[in-house]
Design a binder for this molecule. Sequence first.
Ligand code: NBP
Length: 478
Amino acid sequence: PSANVGVVGLAVMGANLARNLASREGNRVAVFNRSPERTRALVEAHPEAGFVPAEDVAEFAASLSRPRTAIIMVQAGQATDAVIQDLASVFEPGDIIIDGGNAQYTDTIRREHDMRQRGLHFVGAGISGGEEGALNGPSIMPGGSAESYETVGPIFESIAARAEDGEPCVTHVGTDGAGHFVKMVHNGIEYADMQLIAESYDLLRRVADLSPEEIADVFAKWNEGELESYLIEITAEVLRHVDERTGRPFVDIVLDQAGQKGTGNWTVQAALGLGTPISGIAEAVFARGLSSHPEQRLAGARLEGPSAKIDLEDRDAFVEDVRQALYASKIVAYSQGFDVIRAAARQYGWKIDSGAVAKIWRAGCIIRARFLGRISEAYGADADLVSLITAPFFADATGRAQASWRRVVATAATSGVPAPGFASSLAYYDGLRASRLPAALIQAQRDFFGAHTYRRVDGPGVFHTEWSGDRSETRMGD
Ligand code: NBP
C-alpha cells in the first residue's frame, strides 16, 4: 500500500479535492470511481499528481496504508450509501470512511452508527467552497470520533483554506452528524445573506433609482468596511456585468426565479423541529419560493400598491440607511444560525465550539466575511452567550444601526418594495428586546379553548380559569 488517503467519486468535486490533496507535501492519493473512464481521464490529465488509480474497490483498499482513510465525493443519498457499503466490505476495523458530500445530518448520524457497529470510523465532513474551494482550499466541517480526527485532522489541515492569520479553516466540529449539521446551517445563512443583499439592491434600484452600475459602485465601497465579504464582492461584479448579446445590464436579462437544491429548506425544517426561530433564513427560503411561482405572480401583478418611486430627500443618506439595515439584518441571520447550531448540539449531545465554527468560516466558504472574526471573539469571550446579538460588539452595532434599519423597513413598506428579510429581522430584534410579549394573550386564548393552563407573573404554580363556567381560577400544579 502506498497511498495515505483516497478519494472515491471523481466528478468535479472529487477530482478537485484529489488534486488539492495530491499537491500537498506528504500526501499520496489513491483514486477510484464507479465508471473507470473517469479515473483514467483524471490520472491522464494530471500526471503531476502521482495518483494511485484503482479499477475496483478491492484494489482501492489494497492501495491504502492503514488506518485506511477514504473521502467519498459522490451524489448525496443512495449513491453515498452504496459507496459506503462497498468500502465497508473491504475495509477493516479502525479504518476511516469520510463522506465529503452534502449529506443530510440525520443520514450521517445513521451511517456513523452503522459503521461503528462494524468497527469502522465514519466522518461526515461538510465541505464548502464549491469546485474552486475543493481545488484551492475549502472550509471543512468534519464530524466524527476524536480518535479518527487524529488521522483525519492533519489531512484536512493540509488542504483547507487559510484565514488571514494563517489558521487552516477546519476544526473537529463534534461527533457523528455535527459536521454536516453545521455545513447545512452554513448554507442556510448563505441563503439569508444573499436575500438581504438582493433586498438592498432592489431598494437602491427601485426606491433610490440607482442604475446597476451605480449600485455596483455602492457594493464595492461597502466591501471596504464592516460588510466586507465574498458575497458583497461578487454582487458588485455581477451588477457591473453587461450582457454580451443585448448590451443590457446582465441582472436585467436573468429570469427572476431563484432555484434551490434543498439545504436552506433542510435548515428551516431542522430549526422547526428544534423550536428555534430562524426567521431570517426562513424568509430567504420562502422568498426564493415566491419567486419561483410565475403563475401566482402573474395573477398577483393585478394587486394594488404604491409606486416604488418616492421623493428621497437625501439619496446618500438612504444608501447609508440601507447599508446599516443590511448589516443589522445580517447580524440577526448569523445569530439565529448559531442559535440553531446550539439547539442541535444540546439535542444530539454535540460539544460544538461556536467560536471555532465562526473561525473556520473566515475563508474558503461562500459566507466568508470579515465580521466572522468578531463572532469568534464574541463566543471566545463568553462561550455560553445566549444570543449573539446581545454580545457587546453586536448589541452596539445593531443599536447604532437600528434607526436606519427602521427607516428602511418603513420606506420599503410605504413604497411597496418587498423586504421580508429586513422586516422580519427587525421584528425578531424587537421581539428579543420586548419586556413583555403578547404571548401572554396567546397563552390566555389557549387556556380558554383548550384548557392548556398558564403561569402567573406574580408567583409559582400552573393555573386554569373556568372560562365556560364562573371564571374562577384553579391551581392545577406547580
Ligand atoms: P455528483 O453529485 O454529480 O455525483 C457524481 C459522482 O457520483 C460520480 O463520481 C458518479 O460516478 C458517482 N455516483 C453516482 Br451519481 N451514483 C453512484 C453509485 N451508485 N455508486 C458509486 N458512485 C456513484 O458529483 P459532484 O458535483 O462532484 O458532487 C459530489 C458531492 O459534493 C455531492 O454530495 C454534492 O452535493 C457535493 N457538492 C458540494 C459542493 C460544495 O460547494 N460543497 C458543490 C458541488 C457538490 P460515475 O462517474 O460512475 O457516474
